[in-house]
Ligand binder design. Sequence first.
Ligand SMILES: O=C(O)CCC(=O)C(=O)O
Length: 199
Amino acid sequence: MLSQVGLFSEPISSVSNIPGLSYIPNFIDKKIEKELIGNIDAQPWLQDLKRRVQHYGYRYDYKARNVTPELKLGDIPNWLLPYCQKLKNDLLFPAIPDQVIVNEYQPGQGISAHIDCIPCFGPTIASLSLGSTCVMDLGHGKTGQKVSTLLEPCSLIVLSGDARYLWQHAIAARKTDRYNGITIQRVRRISLTFRTIRI
Ligand SMILES: O=C(O)CCC(=O)C(=O)O
């Protein structure tokens, strides 16, 4: 089994034929990753799910599976705004994202298969990975086709088109992942998922 440190000397671009899925290794560098983790850990965490989360811009109501204007929390904080602006500047997003959810995954924690709320959020969703490598599983709702892709620390996965609307994505609740014949030990992972609100 391999640990996280020095696992891949070269960035791996996940190979996927899913239309609308892009994977950008090293979207940020290690210094920014550390800064982001520091900023995130200085904020209060919500404990209302199995994993800890933070919501910015608007709170997403997991029970109602909805976002409403009343759930506006305020502006995206200054420490997070440059990354929202970068997504727009890099032409990855049609507008500056105005909603971000931070998820913390301790080894053994995951997120169940879902498509991000279609009426709530715009056509592009992107997730920035910090801390740990993990495998994301994608499944086509109609054909049942399955694809697994590796998410490395500092990488960005962008879902639009089919990848956004026809494929579910999930992270299995387990402590290790197997990818290309290698078993990879998970460590603490934090992801930031960027969205635009449609309400
Ligand atoms: O952790 C991730 O990369 C994915 C997060 C996600 O799917 C979500 O917040 O809806």
